[in-house]
Design a protein around this ligand. Structure first.
Ligand SMILES: [Zn+2]
Ligand SMILES: [Zn+2]
Length: 240
């Protein structure tokens, strides 16, 4: 009997969401899988939000991305920020469920397939150090690190830094969110140079208006990146 089989006798694999017994480690049970809104089918090429209709064979954009200039070239998201997607993101962010990083990295890897290009460098959206102290980890950096390892890409967890603490984005409308974030993120004084001449894949846990990702993407360009793509674990969709 292998070690894993022996361990499974003592610790049978459980669903990462509801603790039901499942057959493989780091998986969802059938019920929770159906309750988790994984994004598939036609999506906005800039933010990954699902769109109605069939793939027309060329990139399409959602109303938001037609209205707001996005300082990146392509974007995707793994799940909708709704139902079990929301529950799992919150468990990672506030519930110390670091064990979720591994299955989530697999979801990110699948979503990132259309974005991947050789030589790109992966970086997370940074947390301000005050918030980092309180939370002890940057969930986006855990996700970006696991994704980079799975994809065989370089990872730079501190490519970007928060220049100042920003009040919570919650309860702000779109314009206020962009104003709140402008100039809040800049390249790391030393590590920022790693983006020079390269395409950056920026990773965040949740994308709402895109204001934080915009500030981060602009900082990558300021660091000399040739291009930026963005990847969110969860996308807040208007009708979700
Ligand atoms: Zn379950
Ligand atoms: Zn979009």
């Amino acid at each position: 009997m292998g070690l894993q089989a022996a361990l499974h006798l003592i610790y049978p694999p459980q669903c990462i969401s509801c603790d039901a017994l499942v057959t493989t480690d780091f998986g969802l049970c059938g019920h929770c899988w159906r309750e988790t809104p994984f994004i598939s089918g036609l999506v906005c090429d800039l933010c990954g939000t699902p769109l109605p209709g069939l793939d027309p064979g060329h990139p399409v954009h959602c109303d938001d991305c037609l209205t707001v200039a996005r300082p990146w070239s392509q974007g995707r998201a793994a799940v909708l920020y709704a139902d079990n997607g929301r529950k799992l993101v919150l468990a990672l962010k506030h519930g110390d469920r670091i064990d979720l990083v591994r299955p989530m990295a697999a979801w990110l890897l699948r979503a990132a397939r259309p974005l991947q290009q050789p030589g790109m460098i992966v970086a997370p959206v940074p947390l301000h150090w005050m918030r980092l102290l309180r939370r002890r980890y940057n969930q986006s950096a855990l996700l970006s690190g696991a994704l980079a390892a799975a994809a065989g890409l370089d990872h730079c967890p501190d490519l970007l830094v928060r220049r100042r603490g920003t009040p919570s984005q919650e309860g702000r409308d779109r314009e206020a969110r962009f104003a709140n974030m402008s100039d809040a993120i800049s390249p790391h004084p030393k590590r920022g140079a790693r983006a020079t001449g390269r395409h950056v894949l920026l990773v965040d846990d949740v994308m709402t208006s895109g204001a934080t990702l915009s500030a981060a993407a602009e900082a990558c360009v300021a660091a000399g990146a040739t291009g930026v793509s963005i990847l969110a674990l969860a996308r807040v969709a208007k009708n979700a």
